[in-house]
Design a protein around this ligand. Structure first.
Ligand SMILES: NC(=O)c1ccc[n+]([C@@H]2O[C@H](COP(=O)([O-])OP(=O)(O)OC[C@H]3O[C@@H](n4cnc5c(N)ncnc54)[C@H](OP(=O)(O)O)[C@@H]3O)[C@@H](O)[C@H]2O)c1
Length: 238
């Protein structure tokens, strides 16, 4: 865990701010955080926006540099896929199959970093999981390939629209976070809280990625079958 990613430990998931508040209230605390996002599609753009709102320095890495530039918030840097990672928190905003290539290409650079996996590893024709049977989740499979990284499952239970807006039906969008490293989980929670969303630590460690991936899959099924909108999601009612 680097100094930047651990710099802010005050926030936690018991945040009591009024539900309508989207304004970052601890931006100052995460100013030192550097976030690299690999991928510049729906989730890459949305998470880049969250990181920028939180006051983090943002790097976007993508195969297509034009798409990286289009997704980049003001002040962000862009780099081609394969170029060095500058962030301490690295978000893999890529389709699940691409994670294997990231593990090969970037394994050394991911050592000691907080690596966030937002993927939903499903077959879109059956909506079944495509994770090999020996792994509980896609995140667990990826973590086994990058043992030096602190892998965190997060963002997969939220559609890009509610991550980008920061709001789900009038409440701050809830970002469920699961991982084996408390400080890494907290770094992600601090980042999303600073952007006005609500990070919630799912106790149980990375093992819980299995449930988060099932939840992400269920949400996709509901949207594909038009039971719920792609702009919707769940919110916590107190
Ligand atoms: N969309 C959602 O609402 C949502 C919600 C929760 C979780 N997720 C998960 O988030 C991840 C990203 O989804 P998305 O909707 O952002 O996808 P997307 O819009 O299709 O963007 C995918 C990005 O991944 C890059 N990419 C694709 N294959 C690659 C490869 N083999 N190597 C390197 N880069 C590759 C693409 O690069 P190019 O630009 O060069 O093509 C693009 O920037 C997925 O795992 C998805 O399951 C999505």
């Amino acid at each position: 865990m680097t100094r930047q990613a651990t710099a802010n430990t005050r926030e936690d998931n018991t945040d009591e701010r009024p539900p309508q508040t989207a304004r970052p209230h601890n931006t100052k605390e995460v100013t030192m955080t550097n976030v690299t996002i690999i991928g510049a599609g729906n989730i890459g753009s949305a998470v880049a926006g969250i990181a920028a709102k939180a006051g983090a320095a943002v790097q976007i890495i993508n195969r297509d540099l034009e798409k990286a530039r289009a997704a980049a918030p003001d002040g962000a840097t862009v780099a081609a896929y394969g170029e060095p990672i500058t962030g301490d928190i690295v978000v893999l905003a890529l389709p699940y199959p691409a994670l294997a290539d990231v593990a090969e290409r970037y394994a050394d650079q991911l050592d000691g970093k907080v690596v966030v996996d937002p993927s939903n590893p499903i077959d879109f024709s059956t909506f079944d999981s495509v994770v090999p049977a020996e792994y509980a989740s896609g995140a667990a499979e990826f973590a086994a390939k990058v043992p030096g990284a602190q892998v965190v499952k997060a963002f997969n239970t939220d559609f890009a629209a509610v991550l980008a807006s920061g709001q789900t039906d009038g409440a701050p969008t809830t970002v469920l976070v699961a991982g084996d490293h408390d400080a890494a989980n907290q770094a992600v929670i601090n980042l999303v809280n600073a952007a006005g969303l609500r990070g919630v630590n799912v106790l149980g460690g990375l093992k819980r990625a299995k449930e988060l991936e099932a939840m992400g899959s269920l949400q996709i099924i509901l949207a594909v079958t038009e039971a719920t909108p792609w702009t919707g999601g769940f919110k916590i009612v107190k």
